[in-house]
Design a protein around this ligand. Sequence first.
Ligand code: FES
Length: 168
Amino acid sequence: ADPDRRDFIHVAAGAMAVGPVGMALWPLINSMNPAADTLALSSVEVDYGKVQLGQQIVVKWRGKPVFIRHRTPKEIAEAVADDDAPLRDPATDASRHKPGKAEWLILIGVCTHLGCIPTFGTGDYGGWFCPCHGSHYDTAGRIRKGPAPKNLYLLDYAFLNETRVRLG
Ligand code: FES
């Protein structure tokens, strides 16, 4: 379906935003403290404010795709309703997002089977589907069917304000 096409907007700008500062500081930090540059590069600030309801963006973080999904009330309700379903990797929906921010689901976009990138909207559980070997994830990113052993992994992040989130 057409809306799904917009699931794959790659937001290079998120990573680019930290570029100039990182570049300016690089020689100094590099000579002062080898660990500091690694730390600086490990965090990425992303504009999430423009992600429409029912869409997601994919950003690159530490070499991996990260899904930032703006969930609809229906997606949230379906995920919560399945908290008591038999789950291979049990987790409540609430444990997979920040308190009071159920509409934002932020996950590492790598299938926990063998590492393909799942796509949203084509699985049996309304969430992601991994075409490589047929793993189905629900709208909380929990594995529901197929060979993947684990839910889509979470990562550390912090909402800085209503439009920016820092990953890592
Ligand atoms: Fe996703 Fe195998 S890598 S199902």
